[in-house]
Design a protein around this ligand. Structure first.
Ligand code: 5GP
Length: 175
């Protein structure tokens, strides 16, 4: 569609970042274009509305930039999932494996309840490890995952297959 073409045209490929052999998808040109940023916000918010979400979770850091306007657009609360050690209150914590070593993400335990249906928002789905950990975290907080919505997926990394196994029927939508 026209919107997909607009969004794609505002993503910049950066070779060898953050390390040699990696082609990084840089979304800063999209953020700098209010027409594209609005179109993306509207498209992601529509997913939340369609899936009956009650909250939007954004994944640090670009998921904050996208998730906050999406939450407001859909009339929902925004909840940050942060890298370990950044949230001041009582947290739930979830570890996940990286290529070398592991990482940990956290959420404020009070921010989610059994009444919540959560839309997870991030910019890029790569291996799916971050999104998978966020799904586990949200469920451990007692809430339901309504779906995962990203700007784009790097299909050659197999993130969709990995994430769909844990999503168990909840949708993964890429714009
Ligand atoms: P994954 O856990 O799926 O391997 O990696 C996804 C996370 O890393 C997301 O939070 C995403 O922001 C970031 N990421 C990985 N590759 C890229 C990329 O090429 N471009 C951008 N913008 N983010 C990426």
């Amino acid at each position: 569609t026209d919107i997909q073409e607009l969004l794609l045209s505002r993503i910049r490929d950066v070779a060898d970042y953050p390390q040699p052999g990696v082609m990084f998808k840089d979304i800063t040109p999209l953020l700098a274009d209010p027409a594209a940023f609005t179109a993306l916000t509207d498209a992601l918010a529509e997913v939340g509305t369609r899936q009956g979400a009650t909250k939007v979770v954004g994944l640090e850091a670009r998921g904050f930039i996208l998730g906050a306007p999406v939450a407001l657009r859909a009339g929902l609360g925004f909840i940050p999932v942060r890298k370990a050690g950044k949230l001041p209150g009582a947290t739930l914590s979830q570890a996940y494996d990286l290529e070398y070593g592991s990482a940990r993400i956290e959420v404020h335990a009070q921010d989610l309840s059994a009444d919540d249906r959560v839309l997870v928002v991030d910019d890029v789905l790569a291996t799916g490890g971050t999104a998978e950990a966020s799904v586990q975290l949200i469920r451990r907080a007692g809430a339901e995952v309504a779906g995962v919505a990203v700007l784009m997926e790097l299909s050659f990394l197999g993130g969709r297959e990995r994430l769909e196994r844990v999503l168990a029927g909840a949708p993964l939508e890429a714009m």
